[in-house]
Design a protein. Structure first.
Length: 144
């Protein structure tokens, strides 16, 4: 019985490249999925500039804030002319300072009057209806 030698050459250069690109694409897709879905300003200097504001404390590394942002997305069209929708990114220095000043963690919403007074704080609102009720209350006292 004769023995034959089988040589395994492994993956071709093209196959390795395709696998590498698939991994990179997967990582990018994961990162992309964690980014805010709607463009919200992070300019917190807009608080107290004559328009009521909703500020969401948001941490890209946690999921609670994303659920609240989806609620904001649902309501934004109806309120965008009357309320500034802002995000305090907790990973940035100004967002961390905001979180410390207002006891805000990922998913906390702080509502401000047109003059910049904190009117109400909601920690992870349970529903869009709860957030909408808070926005209606904010508008009722917008210039206090």
């Amino acid at each position: 019985m004769a023995m034959t030698t089988v040589q395994h050459q492994g993956l071709s250069r093209r196959s390795k490249w395709l696998i590498g690109m698939a991994i990179v694409a997967g990582v990018l897709a994961l990162i992309w999925s964690q980014l805010p879905r709607s463009p919200y300003s992070t300019d917190l200097t807009r608080i107290g500039q004559g328009q009521p504001a909703l500020v969401l404390a948001y941490d890209i590394q946690s999921m609670g804030g994303m659920a609240v942002m989806e609620m904001m997305d649902d309501l934004r069209g109806a309120y965008a002319e009357r309320i500034a929708f802002l995000v305090a990114p907790l990973g940035a220095p100004h967002g961390r300072a905001f979180g410390q000043s207002f006891g805000a963690v990922n998913g906390t919403v702080v509502l401000f009057s047109a003059k910049g007074a904190a009117v109400e704080t909601l920690h992870l609102p349970a529903s869009t209806a709860e957030l909408q009720k808070a926005l209606e209350g904010l508008l009722a006292h917008a210039h206090d």
